[in-house]
Design a protein around this ligand. Structure first.
Ligand code: GLU
Length: 369
């Protein structure tokens, strides 16, 4: 068994994510048998002493049948209505299914905002830790009923990766309707199974399908989730869950590639937020920020795009337009043109000491190149 597979077998805290099509029927109702089969596997692992955090999709899919909808709606309001109906049904089903093993479940619905705002982030972290300490199996989903298009994760793969960080898990198992990552569409001849991904080179030339039947992820978000997690990640189908959790060679194993980011704060800056605007940097500032880990000073700024307020996350771009970093900005967008190109000393003298502060402090920056 590969060493990384062993890490999954030995994990003391495991995040398991299941996609909508593994939990619901094509008619848009909950598939009780498949839920029970999956819970059997999770409960067995729990009985063996592993803490499980379960990330479950399926809220929208499970709401379709009860609302008489033949397919996933495209408008946000109907998706949210379906999620509102489906999430309750889904959670009730989990409660009953885990109760067969005497296990209590706790519902945790998170928004992207909960990952972005430090106070919310801490709060979610504390709640999850406390649930685990109490022996509860947390069942996490995006809070679809309140998420708006702009601030949605939209997929539970990345959410699972962020939850793995939030809970300091040891490994992640992503259960989907395909048993592994393939080099092309697995329904077509010639597509080869990818057993392991060790470096980005292993993904070169692979066509990553965008979207499944009722979920939203496709392979792109799974690969992205593996990158974000920075932990061993196994991707396989729900039918192979028991074998995947036992560390057997099923599905695709992603070896951790990225060095762990310094803190949860940097993690959410890098992966859970999108920039509310852009600050353009000259070459010297790019070098200072990216290579030397310096704060961004007004002198190195050449332009600003978008309408953001002090405290918002913004993208930092080089002269070629490439995003090199993201950070929490200290000024409103409208203030920056007057500061650009000026030394902090000049600004302090001409505008007052409060203008001596950097555009973005180094501790509030994460490099994205
Ligand atoms: N949160 C969505 C749901 O429960 C699913 C997102 C996804 O497909 O990953 O329906």
């Amino acid at each position: 068994m590969s060493e990384t597979r062993t890490e999954i077998e030995k994990a003391r805290r495991l995040v398991v994510k299941a996609g909508s099509s593994s939990l619901t029927t094509p008619q848009g109702t909950i598939d009780g048998d498949r839920i029970d089969a999956l819970v059997d596997v999770l409960a067995a692992r729990r009985a063996a002493g592993t803490e499980i955090v379960f990330v479950s999709s399926g809220a929208i899919a499970a709401g379709l049948g009860p609302l008489g909808l033949a397919r996933r709606p495209s408008d946000l309001a109907t998706q949210q209505a379906a999620a509102s109906v489906g999430q309750g049904l889904l959670f009730a089903r989990y409660t009953a299914s885990f109760a067969r093993y005497g296990l209590t479940v706790g519902q945790v619905l998170l928004t992207a905002d909960d990952m972005m705002r430090r106070s919310h982030h801490r709060n979610a972290q504390r709640t999850l830790a406390q649930l685990l300490a109490l022996g509860v199996v947390p069942i996490v989903n995006e809070n679809d009923t309140v998420a708006t298009d702009e601030i949605r994760f939209g997929d539970n793969d990345r959410l699972a990766a962020l939850v793995a960080h939030l809970t300091r898990a040891d490994a992640v198992v992503l259960l989907s309707d395909v048993d592994a990552l393939y080099t092309g569409d697995p329904r077509k001849p010639g597509a080869r199974r990818v057993d392991e991904v060790r470096t980005p080179a292993d993904l070169a030339g692979i066509e990553l399908g965008r979207s499944g039947r009722v979920g939203t992820g496709g392979m792109v978000t799974k690969v992205e989730a593996a990158r974000i997690a920075g932990l061993p990640v196994v991707l396989t189908d729900a039918a192979s869950a028991a074998r995947a959790l036992a560390g057997e060679p099923v599905g695709t194993l992603f070896h951790p590639q990225t060095a762990r980011l310094r803190s949860g704060r940097h993690l959410w800056l890098a992966h859970a937020t999108t920039g509310h605007g852009r600050v353009l940097l000259d070459a010297g500032a790019v070098e200072a920020v990216v290579q030397r880990g310096k704060s961004l000073l007004p002198a190195g700024v050449t332009g600003v795009q978008g309408d953001f307020a002090a405290g918002d996350p913004v993208d930092l771009c080089g002269a070629d337009g490439r995003v090199v970093a993201r950070g929490l900005v200290n000024y409103d967008a409208a203030e920056i043109p007057d500061l650009m190109g000026r030394s902090t000393r000049w600004l302090a003298r001409e505008l007052g000491p409060e203008y001596e502060r950097e555009i973005i402090h180094r501790d509030q920056l994460v490099i994205l190149t």
